[in-house]
Design a protein around this ligand. Sequence first.
Ligand SMILES: Cc1cc2nc3c(=O)[nH]c(=O)nc-3n(C[C@H](O)[C@H](O)[C@H](O)COP(=O)(O)OP(=O)(O)OC[C@H]3O[C@@H](n4cnc5c(N)ncnc54)[C@H](O)[C@@H]3O)c2cc1C
Length: 404
Amino acid sequence: MDFAFDARTEELRARLLAFMDEHVYPAEAVAEEQRAGLASPWEVPPVVEELKAEAKRRGLWNLFLPDERYGAGLTNLQYAPLAEITGRSPQLAPTALNCAAPDTGNMEVLAQFGTEEQKKRWLEPLLAGEIRSAFAMTEPDVASSDATNIETRIERDGDAYVITGRKWYISGALHPDCRVFIVMGKTDPEGADIRRQQSMVLVPRDTPGVEVRRAMRVYGYEDHYHGGHAEVVLDGVRVPADHLVGEEGGGFAIAQARLGPGRIHHCMRLIGMAERAIELMCRRAVSRTAFGKPLAAQGVVQEWIADSRVAVEQLRLLVLKTAWLMDTVGNRGAHTEIQAIKIATPRTVTEIIDKAVQLHGAGGVSQDFPLAELWAAARTLRLADGPDEVHRRSLARRELKRYA
Ligand SMILES: Cc1cc2nc3c(=O)[nH]c(=O)nc-3n(C[C@H](O)[C@H](O)[C@H](O)COP(=O)(O)OP(=O)(O)OC[C@H]3O[C@@H](n4cnc5c(N)ncnc54)[C@H](O)[C@@H]3O)c2cc1C
């Protein structure tokens, strides 16, 4: 039994479900076929642009942006069940709706902190789905889960900033339409306040000194649909001073503001991934026989299915509560819950997908089912946007504070 959401959400949900059935699921096989014929693995299969055009035509565009000037003006609670549906086809659906990371977070940053000129140059084409973007914070040489470690230098030189550093796992950087990076680095490395040393700056991808060096893999996958995860070297990259985002020293605070919505969006989509895995698990269980009876008749398989259903219902409730809190008391007031879903969702969804993999036998780890790729994607979210341990540490500290 599904929740009943408000009328607008229900209407959008019905429209999105129809779009998924009529266009997105059928496009999954088409995209793979088209990809095999492309000259470069980073080229985008033509069906993706067709999906974008159709989603736009159906009014399923920029649903993630709560600000009506830029997007659909939905609350987090309204967006949650829609993002969940897109998670069922994570390679195609979020992109089709212009709701894919890292562009979503970058658009939010530009909408919130960008100057009029920056909005015109970068936000408008991003909102139109004409270009893509990347967010460059993590560095191979330092423990980047602690943002105060970041070593990339952003040095003021006259009316320009000069950027030098090495980043990796920069999602989307290999996408042929990726035109701009938001780069985090230190403008004041000796500053007394370690949270005011960092700044963010916009770096057009074609700036001299920017080298997208190689594609990093994720459990062997290159994540072509997302534009990969690149190692990027910035060697004396010079951009005009007006490319600074917000104020000097404001990088840490902007990163925090960016990550609240980003984390819940990932969790919403993860629930959709879990639902897809449960569906595949059930279909396989009733259609395959071993040792004289369908797999569905095995007690252990029934347990997997039951446990998965219980877990996904629990997760969804927690995600919806978090979305509601973000809408009503703000991201800061929802801090504990945002961390709770960030810890609970990728871990539990990975376990659910793993059961579906097991039930599919060799097929589960193959390219013929989406399960192996879904598992890898869910597993990486225990690292991306901050590892589990960092969130647990911070949540526990807040909990303990009440008793100290
Ligand atoms: C698929 C994928 C996509 C990504 N996309 C991007 C992107 O677009 N842009 C970007 O900038 N980055 C991106 N990242 C990087 C990601 O955000 C970082 O990997 C993450 O923040 C952790 O940083 P690190 O890898 O340097 O790990 P480290 O900081 O070296 O941490 C390693 C491990 O140390 C342990 N640890 C760290 N701190 C603590 C603590 N306080 N208590 C206990 N244990 C601790 C944890 O187990 C942690 O996993 C992506 C990563 C992946 C895998």
